[in-house]
Design a protein around this ligand. Structure first.
Ligand SMILES: Nc1nc2c(c(=O)[nH]1)N[C@H]1C(S)=C(S)[C@@H](COP(=O)(O)O)O[C@H]1N2
Ligand SMILES: [Mo]
Length: 527
């Protein structure tokens, strides 16, 4: 059917089609958000599609997004890209729809609906009901498209006074611009209201409230209060504090929406190659004997000098106790943590060599923050997070490396991820005035400890830095040296030696596949 055959009247302008397309897509997405607000197990179709895009995206694209947007905003960028793609498609489809190609419009709505439903079904733990947000969104978009097409149809011109045409001539057909704008405007406004209702309904699933109700249990043998923090010394201004606050702790996860866990239904299961599978409620978990430990964790993606590392006092139950209670089969060689959002990370059974690996339920004296894995996560001293530190933990599966692999392993990261010895200069930054300054920072080699840190200015001799308190072998150590900075440009370098006497390598390695190496080197201008 050609466009001119739709009727005798004028064709609606293209921008009417654009408006109809955008309003239809907007109302559809709004209904999707609303339905997602009905149950914890339902999710926003845009978020579900975003997760699938991330799963299927080629490695270079994920890298590009991470590099250009950072580990958090990359998800927002993905969400807005998806919304933009939907909007552009909808605008084009809208033009065709108001010009007579209604089936095309309905076809596109159906395609998006099916895509969204599939994306939702592919989510971790999704049931059949998860398809509804996307399907109802698509149905709404289709209905609004049809209504928009109807609004854009030419109608008989309202006549004032007696008809002038001679009898038998058809009355003139015109586009009712006022009604078109009024009705599409009302739909758009309705869509905005529905979106905000939907979003606020979804927020009631946020675990923030549940977390606020958790009383943090005490450890069987609490650790002594931490020693005085050298970072509060004015001479060390700019040095990282001994403990990283929960608010400033780095965050890495694949979740588009932070998983929200309800304590009523949450259980931690120990499954797989064990004699006796276990299942623990949060109460059962927190009434086990608990211990505290200070542990520095780091991301394998931390560049030399980067800040994807932090130190916290964790509280939890011993992972080895828990797993021995379940009884590990002799042929199991991997402990695989599985999160409620389907993330997985695994490490060798042999890692449980007596080190203080735990299922943590508190961080720096508070219940685990929602963003850091409420209600429980794994912490293994000495391992990068991507092979161990599963947040929003729901299952610990004993398995084999030849049967299961963690999320990042098929994506080009090493199967084993011990943390490499690293040191970082926190201060000075790029520009200072001449005079006495501290060159200060942190160094870490979890499980081996830090034995020595040396600093070099330009081509001068390596100077031994003063070391801050050693909480144990599992945390970073602060270090500092005094420096009489003279005017000009200077190069500062740092290198650490671990507790076993091994100095970190100068050789530069990229973060992939198993962690960056090299001496952190900065250039400072002294005025
Ligand atoms: N569920 C879940 N847990 C996860 C991840 C994730 O993407 N999802 N990322 C891991 C990685 S790569 C790191 S470095 C640590 C980061 O923990 P943090 O965000 O508490 O600093 O969590 C680990 N646990
Ligand atoms: Mo990581």
């Amino acid at each position: 059917m050609s466009e001119t055959e739709i009727g005798d009247g004028p064709l609606p302008p293209r921008w009417w089609g654009v408006v109809v397309g955008l309003v239809a897509a907007g109302c559809g997405l709004a209904i999707g958000e609303l339905i997602a607000g009905f149950a914890r197990s339902l999710h926003s179709p845009v978020v579900s599609v975003g997760e699938r895009v991330r799963d299927l995206a080629p490695e270079w694209m994920v890298d590009f997004a991470k590099r250009n947007f950072g580990p958090e905003t990359d998800k927002l960028a993905a969400i807005w890209t998806i919304i933009a793609v939907i909007a552009i498609t909808a605008a084009i489809v809208g033009i065709f729809t108001v010009r007579g190609h209604k089936r095309l419009g309905l076809g596109f709505a159906a395609v998006f609906g099916v895509l969204g439903a599939w994306a939702a079904l592919e989510s971790a733990g999704a049931g059949f009901g998860s398809i509804f947000p996307a399907l109802l969104a698509a149905a709404t978009a289709a209905a609004v498209l049809l209504f928009g097409a109807y609004l854009a149809e030419p109608r008989v011109a309202p006549v004032a006074g007696p008809p002038r045409q001679p009898k038998g001539t058809p009355p003139p057909m015109v586009l009712d611009r006022r009604r078109f704008l009024k009705d599409t405007g009302m739909l758009a406004a309705g869509g905005l209201i529905v979106v905000s209702i939907g979003r606020s309904m979804q927020s009631r699933f946020n675990s923030q409230l549940e977390r606020a109700g958790v009383r943090v249990p005490v450890a069987k043998d609490p650790l002594p209060a931490p020693p005085a923090d050298p970072a509060i010394d004015v001479a060390n201004k700019g040095l990282s504090s001994l403990f990283t606050t929960n608010e400033s702790f780095y965050r890495i996860d694949t979740a588009f929406d932070i998983p929200s866990v309800s304590l009523d239904s949450w259980e931690l299961k120990v499954t797989g190659m064990v004699d006796k599978p276990l299942s623990l409620t949060f109460d059962q978990l927190s009434s086990r004997p608990l211990f505290e430990q200070d542990i520095t964790i780091s991301c394998v993606s931390n560049e030399v000098g980067g800040d994807l590392v932090g130190n916290a006092r964790w509280l939890g139950c011993r992972l080895d106790d828990l797993l021995h209670e379940a009884g590990i089969h002799p042929d199991a060689d991997q402990v695989l943590g599985i999160s409620v959002d389907g993330f997985t990370a695994g490490f060798p059974v042999d890692t449980l060599d007596g080190r203080d690996a735990m299922v943590a339920i508190a961080m720096n004296g508070e219940a685990l923050p929602v963003a850091h894995g409420f209600p429980a996560r794994i912490i293994v001293p000495g391992l990068y997070g991507y092979v161990s530190a599963v947040k929003w933990l729901q299952e610990i599966k004993l398995t084999r490396f030849d049967q299961d692999e963690g999320y990042w392993i098929p994506r080009g990261w090493a199967a084993l991820g011990p943390i490499k010895t690293q040191s970082r200069i926190d201060t000075p930054r790029s520009k200072i005035v001449a005079g006495t300054h501290a060159i200060a920072g942190v160094a870490w080699a979890p499980t081996r400890g830090i034995g020595r840190v040396e600093v070099q200015v330009d081509d001068g001799p390596w100077m031994d830095a003063t070391l801050g308190p050693a909480l144990n072998q599992l945390t970073w150590r602060q270090w500092w040296v005094k420096w009489d900075a003279t005017s000009g440009r200077h190069q500062l370098r740092v290198r650490a030696t671990d507790g076993a006497g091994e100095t970190q390598t100068e050789e530069r390695a990229d973060v992939a596949p198993d962690g960056a190496t090299g001496w952190h080197t900065i250039r400072v201008t002294v005025d």
